[in-house]
Design a protein around this ligand. Structure first.
Ligand code: CU
Length: 154
């Protein structure tokens, strides 16, 4: 059996995993969309993530970067609650405060391929609620590869 995107949306709705105060507090990580950062001519990147109303998630839920480096991340809070984002950043995590209907920009540097998680720790979603992922592709140096058979490369 194959599952199409439409099936998945219907299944998430039926399971009560597509919004706030249903089966779970909000959307579960991995049930949102995938987005890509844009690369500028100088190699720095930009992306926008937003918090839709009453879903308690980031949109896109997974943001893919073509490589490590500097990211200018715009965050928009369209929810009725205040949220924040505690963002991964080389050196020190950064926090940005997002009152309802606020927009802000964070400059972060992530120089290594990998999967980074960020979240809001406020706005009735403490714990692991409102979690998003930033995935950095690119070549992994040999010394950092997992010990497993060679994987196909795009
Ligand atoms: Cu929050």
């Amino acid at each position: 059996m194959t599952t199409t995107a439409d099936d998945r949306s219907a299944q998430l709705a039926e399971a009560g995993l597509d919004g706030q105060n249903k089966t779970a507090l909000g959307r579960v990580l991995g049930t949102g969309s995938i987005g890509y950062a844009e690369e500028r001519p100088d190699g720095t990147m930009t992306a926008t993530v937003r918090i839709p109303e009453d879903e308690l998630c980031w949109e896109p839920g997974t943001l893919i970067l073509p490589h490590g480096g500097d990211l200018e991340l715009t965050l928009i809070n369209d929810d009725k609650n205040t949220h924040c984002a505690v963002l991964p950043n080389n050196g020190d995590p950064k926090i940005i405060w997002l009152v309802n209907h606020a927009k802000g920009t964070a400059s972060i540097n992530l120089d290594g391929p990998g999967t980074y998680y960020y979240g809001s720790t406020t706005g009735n979603d403490e714990g692991r609620g409102l979690t998003g992922a930033i995935v950095i592709g690119g070549e992994v140096p040999d010394h950092a590869k997992l010990d497993r058979p060679p994987q196909p490369r795009p």
